[in-house]
Design a protein around this ligand. Structure first.
Ligand SMILES: Cc1cc2nc3c(=O)[nH]c(=O)nc-3n(C[C@H](O)[C@H](O)[C@H](O)COP(=O)(O)OP(=O)(O)OC[C@H]3O[C@@H](n4cnc5c(N)ncnc54)[C@H](O)[C@@H]3O)c2cc1C
Length: 529
């Protein structure tokens, strides 16, 4: 371990979210002295498993729940033994016009997919178009994903890497709504595609900012395939392993320590947490860009309805899975189950929310973790046939809940959630909710305001800040890691860095890489893999 002579630590990581832990692991393994300080009394940030319902033996992935973007490279380099498993089906979607009818999209069986889409739409045209659409995104994924753990290239270089004018135009230049409409006729199928552009982003299909295209890109490129898998043991497994790896490498992790101020000193940074303080050559901020500004006393970044959070996350425990109007089996819950996420419904919901109303019906998706991975339930709950149910509602912007005049209440959010869910069920979900030992029904609603308060993320944006295209946003950024800040010894290592967003470890990896490369250049030593 190389403890710097003039600083308490080589590197201090502010925040022990999974990205902070990835950065700490890489830096400590390179022989540097690393302190990680975390405000909460536990590590993990938005990637945790928790006993959400007191006294009930279920360890739920309280916030994030599926893994796609965590590169195999990072897993291998850090020696993670995380198991992720594919869900039995990709998605299940009742028709918005008639929830008695539904379509199941299989995981990776083109012939079965062709059959299902042809049955559902009455023609084979959309089946072929669907296959072609995702062949294109898969080609893009294989090109773009490996670049995320490399220095940023220019937009022009990315265009050359994509090397197909049609793909470039359709996915990187035109609003995504145009290519969806040009490719697919059926509104239910169009909606399934569009949801990937809206998870973590408040946008319309035709938004000229293209933020829906950026969000879509991150949802379809993970590990070159874009599949979203279940982490066995829940999200706490991801974080727990990273904590063990960082600690084994020598990183010191202190929880319950909220950093209150950062200050530049000669050649380094002073980190203050109330009355305590430490110095380090570098600080890596795992918290949001808003927290970075706050800690240095800089003006806060402007967050408007377009850049703020817009999702509700609901955790439920069910005594049994509910019956469906379509009569489908429990297989329906074993993938992403889309509710009121038809293409036009999503467009209408965006407009309603933009106009200040909670969308009705609320577009949402659900999935049952315990069908794929029962290990998150105690043996007793498993024997009782209990299941988890996660719901993620779209187009519920922070502004609706935080406005001073007549804000949407949590109770209204709960009612909207129950109503949308019940619209596809043959029996009320209330009949199936498990009752905890305290006599309360096991349902927990997290609005954007809850996410803001619980995770110190201004406006509850699940990706900390709006996602960026995965290339340099200015000439000066070309060749950088997208983690550098205006201060020489301060790096972003969380979701708010370039190419952040999601459980990926990518900003953590990239911040460590930036620091180690700089150290190697200035000290003439090679410390990276
Ligand atoms: C409800 C929800 C659902 C999601 N679903 C998915 C999903 O299924 N799949 C997916 O890939 N992604 C999902 N995401 C996004 C993903 O979880 C995040 O992008 C990712 O976990 C962020 O990780 P991070 O380490 O960068 O930051 P965080 O997890 O936000 O960690 C930052 C840490 O910094 C700490 N901190 C903040 N301020 C201070 C301070 N002043 N001093 C000390 N510590 C501080 C915080 O307490 C926190 O622990 C979801 C997010 C949410 C909120």
């Amino acid at each position: 371990m190389t403890v710097s002579q003039s600083f308490d630590f080589d590197d201090i990581v502010v925040g022990a979210g999974h990205n902070g832990l990835v950065a700490a692991a890489y830096l400590a393994r390179a022989g540097r002295s690393v302190l990680v300080v975390e405000a909460a009394d536990h590590v993990g940030g938005a990637a945790i498993s928790a006993e959400v319902f007191p006294g009930v033996g279920a360890r739920l992935s309280k916030y994030s729940y599926l893994v796609s973007l965590l590169p195999e490279q990072v897993r291998q380099e850090l020696g993670m033994t995380l198991t992720t498993v594919k869900r039995a089906v990709s998605s299940f979607t009742p028709s918005p016009e008639n929830p008695d009818l539904a379509i199941t999209i299989p995981q990776s069986d083109p012939e079965e997919l062709r059959k299902r889409i042809t049955e559902f739409t009455g023609s084979s045209r959309d089946a072929q178009a669907w296959l072609e659409f995702y062949t294109r995104t898969e080609r893009i994924a294989k090109i773009v994903f490996p670049t995320l753990t490399q220095p940023l290239v220019s937009k022009e270089d990315m265009r050359e890497l994509i090397n197909d004018p049609n793909d470039w135009n359709d996915f990187f230049v035109r609003p995504l709504g145009e290519v969806i409409e040009a490719s697919i006729s059926n509104g239910t199928l169009r909606g399934i595609i569009l949801t990937d552009a809206l998870i973590g982003t408040f946008a319309d299909a035709h938004d000229l900012s293209l933020r829906q295209n950026i969000c879509f890109l991150y949802h379809v490129i993970g590990n070159g395939t874009g599949t979203w898998d279940v982490p066995v043991g829940g999200m706490g497994q991801v974080t727990g392993q990273l904590e063990d790896i960082a600690t084994a490498a020598g990183a010191v992790i202190q929880t319950g320590v909220e950093v209150t101020k950062l200050e530049e000193i000669t050649g380094g940074i002073r980190v203050q947490a109330g009355k305590r303080d430490w110095t380090a050559r570098n600080v890596l901020l795992n918290a949001t860009p808003s927290v970075l500004a706050e800690l240095f006393g800089d003006p806060a970044p402007i967050i408007d309805i377009a850049s703020g959070g817009a999702q509700i996350k609901v955790n439920m425990l069910l005594s049994r899975l509910p019956k469906l109007r379509s009569g489908a089996s429990s297989e329906a819950f074993n993938g992403t189950f889309h509710i009121n996420e038809g293409y036009q419904q999503l467009i209408d919901a965006f407009q309603a929310a933009q106009g200040g109303a909670l969308p009705n019906p609320l577009p949402a998706e659900i999935y049952c973790h315990s069908l794929t991975d029962p290990s998150i339930l105690s043996t007793e709950l498993q024997e009782l046939g209990v299941h988890t149910l996660t719901l993620f509602a779209l187009h519920t912007p922070y502004e609706l809940f935080a406005r001073s005049n007549n804000p949407i209440t949590k109770d209204q959010a709960l009612h909207a959630v129950l109503a949308t869910l019940n619209s596809v069920l043959a029996e009320p979900i209330e009949n199936c909710l498990f009752t905890g030992p305290d006599g309360n029904l096991c349902i927990e609603v997290n609005t954007t305001v809850d996410i803001e308060n619980n995770l110190n993320i201004a406006s509850g944006n699940i990706f900390h800040s709006p996602l960026d295209w995965p290339w340099a946003q200015s000439d000066s950024e070309i060749g950088s890691w997208g983690v550098e800040t205006s201060r020489e010894n301060v790096y972003l290592c969380g979701s708010g860095a370039a190419r952040g967003g999601g459980v990926s470890g990518i900003p953590g990896h990239n911040a460590a890489k930036a620091i180690l490369n700089r150290a190697a250049n200035s000290e003439g030593i090679s410390t990276f893999y």
